[in-house]
Design a protein around this ligand. Structure first.
Ligand code: S3P
Length: 444
């Protein structure tokens, strides 16, 4: 339970959304930039880091394990790392807040160090499954004591030397993939992860950028990622592109509010992250890429989004890994489409910051949108562009993406859609409300 009172919020559009916003740095890349720079010897510089609570939890943890991580007055973060294998025993529990990515990736790092670390988190994180990470990490030699169900709080004893693992991912998860690869960084020999269904590839790209000996091959079993351990990482200058998962809220907001015409600048276009763009275009959204360019080894573009009539579709299940965090806001788009939108094959939504299938079914239902809950997704009947009834207070369950998605749905509602607590938005998008106002919405 937070010590602070809940912060209710709702947004109102008093007309079309217009203007230009730059979304903050990508969360996945920001976590990894801090972690990998903390393992490099020498000074790394990171520009455009997401300064949300989740990434700041990673910063605090890397400091607690010996890295020198500081923000300059120019907004550039400078990191002096400890070298692979050089993490120090943290003196107190590592507080992961709401952040699953911090927890699971750091568990991978600790697994191959001779240190003991305790991980704690908020009520949402303490409900999330960790066995998907502790199972493979036990096989490299780490040991654990956990709360019932293998959950946080969790104390981990790393192993040094650890045992190199070949691991076939049983669930499409970039966090599990990354945890095993990061354990492999300080493990003698080759650690291998086989990924039957591709997930976001930031760990692979960035580890190679930092000088790790990492290869990726396509095979009949899927993507085979091999990393040679006892690596030496070299400091880097990283420019973090804008987060497509944050851009998602404005992509949908401008699509549903009549007359809207906006530009979202500097959005990461890595194909493992653009599933929502594909799905919205299939529904008839008007989203043009302007000035596609390379920024620090990643494709980036500005997105020109105009209001459009959306049509209900079946969302292809194979898009799920590339839009896994975007389903809540996709459900919002579906609420304004003509006819029915069906999204299945997204079972992982049940174990995110909240059960996002149940949370969105309840939230949209309370606003007068007809939806049917399935074990692995939702079916939603859209209004064909009309405003939804609204007039409800939404339980956001400490889930930033439920809060932002339901704030967006309120932009085209007959009565306010009140978010019970906007505080979790700061985990990934501290400037969300200010940017809504910049685009012409009113925040109350
Ligand atoms: C992330 C992977 C995804 C995603 C999360 C960030 C990452 O989680 O939902 O927000 O940075 O690796 P899973 O690995 O559980 O799919």
């Amino acid at each position: 339970m937070s010590a602070f009172p809940a912060q209710p919020l709702y947004l109102v559009a008093n007309g079309p959304l217009a203007g230009r916003v730059s979304v903050p740095g990508d969360k996945s890349i920001s976590h990894r930039a801090i972690m990998f720079a903390s393992l490099a010897v020498g000074e790394s510089r990171i520009e455009g880091l997401l300064e949300g609570e989740d990434v700041l939890a990673t910063v605090a943890a890397m400091r607690a394990m010996g890295a020198d991580v500081a923000r300059g007055g120019d907004g550039v973060w400078r990191v002096h790392g400890v070298g692979v294998g050089g993490l120090l025993q943290p003196q107190t529990a590592l507080d992961m807040g709401n952040s699953g990515t911090s927890t699971r990736l750091l568990m991978g790092l600790v697994a191959s160090h001779a240190i003991t670390a305790t991980f704690v988190g908020d009520a949402s994180l303490s409900k999330r499954p960790m066995a998907r990470v502790t199972d493979p990490l036990a096989r490299v030699g780490a040991s654990f004591t956990t709360a019932p169900g293998g959950r946080l709080p969790l104390t981990m004893h790393g192993a040094c030397p650890a045992i190199p693992l070949e691991y076939v991912l049983p669930v499409a998860s970039a966090q599990v993939k990354s945890a095993v690869l990061l354990a492999g960084l300080n493990t003698p020999g080759i650690t291998r992860v086989i990924e039957p269904i591709p997930t976001r590839d930031h760990s692979e790209r960035m580890l190679r950028g930092f000088g790790a000996d990492l290869t990726v091959e396509e095979s009949a079993r899927g993507r085979v990622i091999s990393i040679r351990g006892e690596a030496e990482l070299k400091p880097q200058h990283i420019i973090v592109p804008g987060d497509p998962s944050s851009a998602a809220f404005w992509m949908v907001a401008a699509s549903i509010v009549p007359g809207s015409d906006i530009v979202i600048a500097n959005v990461l276009m890595n194909p493992t992250r653009t599933g929502l763009l594909t799905a919205l275009r299939m529904m008839g959204a008007s989203i043009d890429e302007i000035d596609r360019r390379d920024v620090g080894g990643e494709d980036v573009a500005d997105l020109h989004v105009r209001h459009a009539s959306l049509s209900g579709i079946e969302i292809p299940a194979d898009l799920a890994p590339s839009m896994i965090d975007e389903y809540p806001v996709l459900f919002v788009a579906a609420a304004f489409a003509s006819g029915r939108t069906v999204a299945r094959g997204a079972h992982e939504l049940r174990v995110k910051e909240s059960d996002r299938i149940a949370a969105m079914a309840a939230a949209l239902g309370a606003c007068g949108v007809a939806c049917t809950e399935h074990e692995d997704g939702l079916a939603i009947e859209g209004t064909d562009g009309d405003p939804i009834p609204g007039g409800a207070t939404i339980a956001t369950h400490l889930d930033h993406r439920i809060a932002m998605s339901m704030a967006v749905v309120g932009l085209h509602a007959r009565a306010p859609v009140v978010i019970d607590d906007a505080a979790p938005i700061a985990t990934s998008y501290p400037g969300f409300v200010a940017q809504a106002v910049l685009l012409g919405a009113e925040a109350r």
